[in-house]
Structures are given as C-alpha cells and as structure tokens.
Design a protein around this ligand. Structure first.
Ligand SMILES: [Zn+2]
Length: 302
C-alpha cells in the first residue's frame, strides 16, 4: 500500500493556509519506507503535525533548488542531528552534490551522521532509475522550468501472482519451490525446469508521479503514462505569463494524454482562496482531478 501526504501545497509565496511544497510517500510492505519529495520551508513542523516521524525519512528527493522546494532541509537536518540520528540520509536532485555540500557547510553544523548527495540527470528526455529497493524504485526525468528541474516517479515493482488453476492444470503442487520461482523467475520442480510465466500472472505495481515545477512538457507525459496518480504543478488558472509553470487546463491535458487514473494539482498560487473554483475549471479537462491542500492524504492499493 502507498500513502501520500501533502505537507505543503503552495507556490512561491506561502500563505496562512498553505506551506511550501513537501510531499511524503510511505510505502508499506514487510517494512515501511518513508520518502520525502521536496522540502520547502516549514517542512519539519508540518511533519510533526502530521504524525509522520521525520527520523524515518532516509531519502529526500529535491525537484530543483528554488527555496520554496529546499529551504526546509537546513532545519530538518539540524533537528535530525539533535535527535542523535546516526544512519545515512540520502538527498537526490539535479546538481545535488553542489547544493547539499553548501547546505551542510552553512553555519556551525557539527553533522554527526552521513548525508549522501546523489546527482540526478536534468537534461534530455531519458527516464533514469535513481534508487531501488526490493519492492520499489524511483525514476526521474528532466522537466521544463527556469532552472534545472526533474520530475520523479515512485514505482512499486511488478509482481508475479501464482495462478492456482494453472498449477493444477500442469499437475504441480504448491510448496517452497514457488518462493524460488517468484524470486528467480524459474525453479526446478521434481527435476523439471518451470518458468514463472507458465504458472503466474503479472501484477503491475502502483505508480505515483510528482512533476516538480514545470511548464507543460512531453517528458511529463512520458513518465506519467498509465500511472495511478499524477501530482502535477497546477500553479495558475490562467496561462502563466512567466512561462515557468503549468495552468490547470494544461495539467488536465497532460493527465488525459498520459491516461493516468487520478490527477492532483498542487503548488497552488496563494491568489486562489477558493479551491473549488480551480477544481471546477480543472475537471473540464480531466474528470478525476482534485486540488491538494495541506495534510491531504491519499491511499493507493491494488
Ligand atoms: Zn516552486
């Protein structure tokens, strides 16, 4: 199961109702993994209010180095330090090595745990796998903003489900060999090699895509294709004169083109005080659209 929590949902200037961008993805399997996407100002306080433990976060993915997406890193790392964190924290982003080293060098830090910066490609149109565990991986793709920026995709790995009727048809009994089969894709059963595809069906993993700040672009369609949830920059109702962001109509068109199941617009300009107004407009272009608000939670299951 995946749980997405929006900690901050506003664009450049925060408001009393909305904090700067930060989104948590919690992945529940045998062990829980907590991943943070962007870390705007106020993120640690929002985490405390949300009941998500900031000490559980081992990976932070920064979309780009504008303060509304990273300024929360300094106090968050400092608090982890004060709380005697010892385990490594990984921070991913375009040019991460440069910016993370600036951040940990700022002030009298005395950092007592390893912070590892991982650069993410920010040019071209390739999807890159940047992190992986047994059950999931994180992919990235460059997007179109005023500075190097990337979108991320959290992808649960596809799984094989054993089809009992297929087993029966082939006269095979259940047993420990099925565990091996799932792990290696083939296994021996009473001296015979069995391949996974002959007795199992593939179950595609859940996918959540987070755009970061971006103008509408084909790379967003590419990484979002068929995803279960697309979280997209929806800064404005009207077309962006600054040409740095996506308006709700353009975001809806991307969701439709990529055939996603659900669209949530975030990074909402403070000028819109009535989210219903944006939602109504957005749904003209993509029906299953919601407007994010701080502490909104979305659960995804298959
Ligand atoms: Zn922003």
């Amino acid at each position: 199961m995946i749980e997405v929590t929006f900690l901050g949902t506003v664009s450049g200037i925060p408001s009393k109702e909305r904090s700067h961008q930060a989104i948590v993805i919690e992945y529940f399997s045998e062990k829980k993994d907590t991943l943070l996407f962007d870390c705007g100002e106020n993120t640690q306080l929002q985490l405390m209010k949300s009941s998500i433990s900031f000490m559980d976060i081992d990976r932070i993915f920064i979309s780009h180095w504008h303060a509304d997406h990273f300024a929360g890193l300094i106090p968050l790392i400092q608090t982890m330090n004060l709380e005697k964190r010892r385990k490594e924290l990984k921070i991913f982003g375009p040019e991460a090595e440069r910016f993370v080293s600036d951040i940990v060098d700022l002030g009298y830090f005395g950092l007592r745990f390893p912070v590892k910066a991982i650069n993410v490609p920010f040019e071209g149109s390739e999807i890159t796998k940047i992190e992986e565990k047994d059950d999931w991986e994180v992919l990235s793709i460059p997007v179109l903003h005023t500075v190097p920026t990337v979108a991320y995709c959290f992808k649960e790995k596809d799984r094989w489900n054993i089809d009992l009727s297929k087993l029966k048809k082939l006269g095979l009994q259940r047993g420990y060999w099925l565990k091996k089969l799932k792990k290696f894709g083939k296994a021996e059963y009473k001296g015979k090699q069995i391949r996974i595809e002959t007795v199992a069906n593939i179950k595609p993993g859940l996918r959540v895509v987070i755009s970061g700040d971006t103008k509408p672009c084909e790379n967003m369609v590419k990484i979002s294709k068929g995803s279960d949830l697309l979280i997209h920059d929806g800064t404005f109702l009207e077309e962006d004169e600054g040409k740095a962001h996506t308006d709700v109509k353009q975001a809806g068109k991307i969701a439709k083109k990529a055939k996603v199941k659900q669209l949530i617009l975030t990074h909402i300009s403070r000028r819109y005080t009535d989210p219903k107004e944006i939602e109504k407009e957005a749904r003209k272009y993509f029906d299953n659209t919601k407007i994010a608000y701080d502490f909104m939670k979305v659960s995804l299951k298959k």
